[in-house]
Design a binder for this molecule. Structure first.
Ligand code: GLU
Length: 309
């Protein structure tokens, strides 16, 4: 039996002298205001125990990590037809790239680049008003984490709405190919709010637990998705969850994971635990600098890499 608290504490100690590394995302003005000298880690094991260190109880903007939750909802709603509108291949280009979209006729490479996530949001929006779709996501995340205090930071959503020119371009471009079914401002209204979900590492590690436990949340006993669907979502996170740094993350960490420009990373060690790390400074490809290092240390100390100990 491993002493997870000791592992979490030692990772925190290794990160302390390096606080502030990386560069905080500033293209969303609200995110630029976050103090970079923070690091948090939380691990929830499949028996339901949460271990934390550092700023694990400070809420932060989960940004693209929300794409995992929205994809889960979209698959529940539309099943495999989701894949008629979005691919499952790593993109090898940056998260907000528009280049591939033209060559590939408005079908984004995967659900975790911005264009793909916007299509996924459009799928969840169908049959709803934007407000209802946002409510559905918020209820879903609260249900997953078993925590009704989780909320959306409206200031962050508004900040992104005001400066999200690139996302408007992506959405309009896809609409011109017929791959967006709702008015651009509706779909993006939902997208900006999902990205503005505010969660702590502890909450996020609990919300991801169903993916570590064959689709069933051990905290509540609820089956969220089938075993097969959990496996497939994990596969997508492994191949596409870290922008064009996904190969490098698999090489160094070896766990399915999804990062966000708020500096958070949610990772899944199937059969063992769900992990959340957060530190706002990002590396060159837009993943949390300390978060990536911390997860590499974790994989080394625990032997949890999906590629073998
Ligand atoms: N809301 C951000 C955007 O669309 C999410 C980016 C990210 O976390 O990768 O630009």
């Amino acid at each position: 039996m491993q002493d997870i608290q000791a592992i979490v504490d030692s990772i925190y100690d290794s990160m302390l002298p390096r606080l502030g590394e990386g560069k905080v995302a500033d293209y969303i003005p609200e995110l630029a205001k976050v103090d970079p000298n923070q690091f948090g880690i939380a691990i929830t094991t499949v028996d339901g125990t949460t271990y934390t260190a550092g700023n694990a109880l400070v809420p932060f903007s989960i940004q693209s990590i929300s794409k995992v939750f929205m994809l889960t909802l979209a698959l529940g709603k539309a099943g495999e037809t989701v894949w008629n509108r979005v691919g499952r291949e790593p993109s090898g280009s940056s998260f907000n790239s528009i280049v591939q979209l033209e060559h590939e006729h408005g079908i984004p490479r995967n659900p975790f680049v911005n264009a793909g996530a916007i299509v996924v949001t459009d799928i969840v929006l169908s049959g709803h008003q934007p407000r209802e779709a946002i409510g559905e996501l918020l209820r879903f995340v609260r249900y997953l984490a078993d925590d009704d205090t989780i909320s959306i930071d409206d200031t962050v959503a508004k900040s992104e709405q005001a400066t999200g020119f690139r996302n408007f371009a992506l959405a309009n471009f896809m609409r011109s190919f017929g791959n967006l079914h709702h008015p651009v401002e509706y779909t993006l209204g939902v997208y900006f709010h999902q990205c503005a979900l505010s969660m702590t590492c502890a909450q996020l590690s609990r919300a991801g637990l169903f993916l570590a436990n064959r689709g069933r949340n051990p905290l509540t006993g609820h089956t969220v998705v089938s075993d097969r669907r959990a496996r497939r979502i994990n596969a997508l996170m492994l191949t596409c969850g870290h922008y064009d740094g996904s190969g490098d993350f698999a090489y160094h960490v070896g766990l399915p994971g999804k990062s966000g420009v708020g500096g958070g990373i949610m990772a899944v060690a199937p059969g063992n635990a769900s992990i959340a790390v957060w530190s706002p400074g990002l590396n060159k490809v837009g993943n949390s600098a300390l978060g990536s290092q911390a997860l590499e240390l974790l994989a080394t100390k625990t032997g949890w890499s999906v590629f073998g100990a």
